[in-house]
Design a protein around this ligand. Structure first.
Ligand SMILES: Cc1cc2nc3c(=O)[nH]c(=O)nc-3n(C[C@H](O)[C@H](O)[C@H](O)COP(=O)(O)O)c2cc1C
Length: 190
């Protein structure tokens, strides 16, 4: 899979097969995060990988899923993520850390996509609780959590019409509206 194909095929995945991801692959994902662009090359980020079942359950409790789906939705027990990568900020004075984290996240999700692994970048987190259950130093900021696992759903893209809200149809397929290229592109004039 080339990079362009990985970008086209990646969607946020929120339903997962219960097949574990090898630590070798998870380390590969951290390695590509490590090599992402970094403002002033300050590299303020660190990564906490969670694979153990009891810890995964604790992380799960701190997350909020697919806010547009009503009634309130979260993956069933049999379709929860099988791993998490938590992006931590050590240098909290670095004002660019969330850009660094975004770039690192994209490297992670694209490398995962190439391996056939689904992902969801998550920022709606009970950060205090997460820091407590994983015993993460209060000196650090939890930027985001990337939920990972082999895919158990295949969301589809729709042309944006009048709403950005994704929806599930009667077959539980997730439809994700995206703005059209011609509506966001300005070439040489506005
Ligand atoms: C910064 C950021 C935060 C996000 N936080 C959450 C979240 O807390 N929960 C969730 O279910 N999805 C979250 N998402 C996933 C978005 O809902 C998803 O990217 C969007 O609907 C577009 O779908 P796509 O990723 O398949 O293109 C987040 C995405 C980004 C970029």
């Amino acid at each position: 899979m080339d990079v362009y194909e990985a970008i086209l095929s990646r969607r946020s995945i929120r339903r997962f097969q219960q097949k574990s991801i090898s630590l070798e692959l998870l380390k590969k994902f951290i390695n590509v995060a490590r090599l992402a662009p970094s403002a002033a090359n300050l590299q303020p980020l660190e990564y906490f990988v969670v694979t153990e079942k009891n810890l995964r359950d604790k992380v799960f409790e701190t997350l909020s899923w697919a806010a547009y789906i009503k009634p309130k939705w979260a993956p069933i027990k049999e379709e929860r993520p099988t791993a998490y990568i938590i992006i931590l900020v050590r240098d909290t004075n670095n004002k660019w850390y969330s850009r660094d984290a975004s770039l690192a996240s994209e490297n992670i999700v694209l490398a995962a996509e190439e391996e056939g692994i689904g992902s969801c970048i998550m920022c709606k987190i009970d950060r205090g609780k997460l820091q407590e259950v994983l015993n993460i130093s209060k000196d650090m900021i939890v930027d985001s959590v990337i939920a990972l696992g082999y895919k158990a759903e295949k969301p589809v893209i729709e042309d944006f019409e009048d709403s950005v809200k994704y929806w599930r149809d009667k077959n539980e397929v997730l439809h994700v509206p995206k703005r059209k290229l011609e509506d966001i592109l300005h070439v040489n004039k506005f």
